[in-house]
Design a protein around this ligand. Structure first.
Ligand SMILES: NC(=O)c1ccc[n+]([C@@H]2O[C@H](COP(=O)([O-])OP(=O)(O)OC[C@H]3O[C@@H](n4cnc5c(N)ncnc54)[C@H](OP(=O)(O)O)[C@@H]3O)[C@@H](O)[C@H]2O)c1
Length: 290
């Protein structure tokens, strides 16, 4: 599939912006790997990149894009950049943290900025101050949204109770909820809340950090479609309209993970994959954060 076709696969956010269905995940992408991975991703048609203050690669991403966009005839407006407020900046340091992300990226604006985690670094998960700090962070993100520095704002790793609390108190609704999502963790309650409230539900850890690639059913479906297990897992999500962020540092895998828009999984395969649900997480668990 031509990379220009891939680049046009997107979802509409409630801000009116289009967010690509496929983005490059950047967690654990080492600084020295960023340039090569961004180059491979742009070549393969990716137009979205998912970084975070805690990944410590915002500056490398900004520099790589500045150097590489002209090579592909692209400008800043043609790519969608996500970053996230680190848990150590939750609360009164939120404005400073978001401005630091902008400065690290070397950009005038960020397309999507998320509160990374419902808790605050250094506070116990049961500490009641977690809630007030979240509210303070959200107010800072709302200010920066109004100023146009953050084009969309959202949250990550929020559980249903965190979402309800935010929806009751916010002036500006979150555009996106980014959470762990794959056939072993289907997040039914959060998905239905997002649908009801017009929040875009976005998946992370779609490959189970690589572990789901050997799930017997995933392997079997891949064989029957002449696709790879990674493509099956990613297709299962995007076929439900859910944006994905597979991470790889390897150009051939980055290209492979982009090959998800030129085939369809049949209803039986979709249902069988969804039936693998078992509440299994490969990443951090926010359920205890008050
Ligand atoms: N908001 C949050 O709290 C949060 C949490 C976790 C993740 N995320 C976002 O979601 C992204 C993806 O999640 P993730 O990094 O946890 O894991 P993931 O995408 O599920 O899996 C990444 C792992 O799979 C390997 N891999 C990738 N493509 C492959 C392929 N085609 N075949 C075989 N192996 C492959 C990668 O290795 P190589 O690099 O060696 O190829 C890496 O070890 C993150 O990078 C981040 O942007 C957000």
């Amino acid at each position: 599939m031509a990379s220009s076709v891939l680049a046009s696969q997107s979802v509409l956010l409630d801000t009116g912006a289009q967010m690509p269905l496929l983005g490059l995940g950047m967690y654990k992408l080492a600084a020295e790997e960023v340039h090569c991975a961004v180059d491979a991703a742009l070549a393969a048609g990716y137009r979205a990149f998912d970084s975070a203050a805690v990944y410590q690669n915002e500056a490398k991403l900004g520099r790589a894009l500045m150097e590489l966009l002209p090579k592909y005839g692209l400008t800043r407006e043609n790519v969608f950049i996500t970053s996230k407020l680190g848990p150590r900046d939750q609360g009164e340091k939120a404005m400073e943290g978001a401005l630091c992300s902008l400065s690290q990226l070397g950009m005038d604006y960020i397309d999507l900025y998320l509160i990374h985690w419902p808790g605050t670094q250094g506070l116990d998960v049961a500490d009641q101050h977690n809630s007030g700090n979240r509210a303070q962070s959200w107010a800072a993100l709302e200010d920066l949204f109004i100023q146009g520095k953050l084009k969309a704002i959202g949250v990550s790793n929020f559980m249903p109770a965190h979402m309800r609390e935010l929806m009751l108190s916010c002036k500006i609704r979150p555009a996106v909820l980014q959470v762990e999502f794959h056939p072993h963790l289907c997040q039914a309650e959060l998905r239905s809340m997002c649908k009801e409230w017009g929040v875009c539900f976005q998946a992370y850890t779609s490959l189970g950090k690589g572990e789901l690639l050997t799930d017997p059913l995933v392997v079997e479906v891949a064989k029957s479609c002449s696709r790879t297990p990674a493509q099956v897992l990613l297709r299962w999500a995007v076929q439900q309209g859910i944006p994905v962020l597979p991470k790889s540092s390897k150009p051939e895998r980055i290209k492979e993970n982009a090959g998800i828009f030129d085939f369809t999984l049949c209803e039986d395969h979709m249902e069988q994959l969804s039936a693998l649900e078992r509440g299994r997480r490969f990443c951090w668990d926010p359920s205890q954060v008050v």
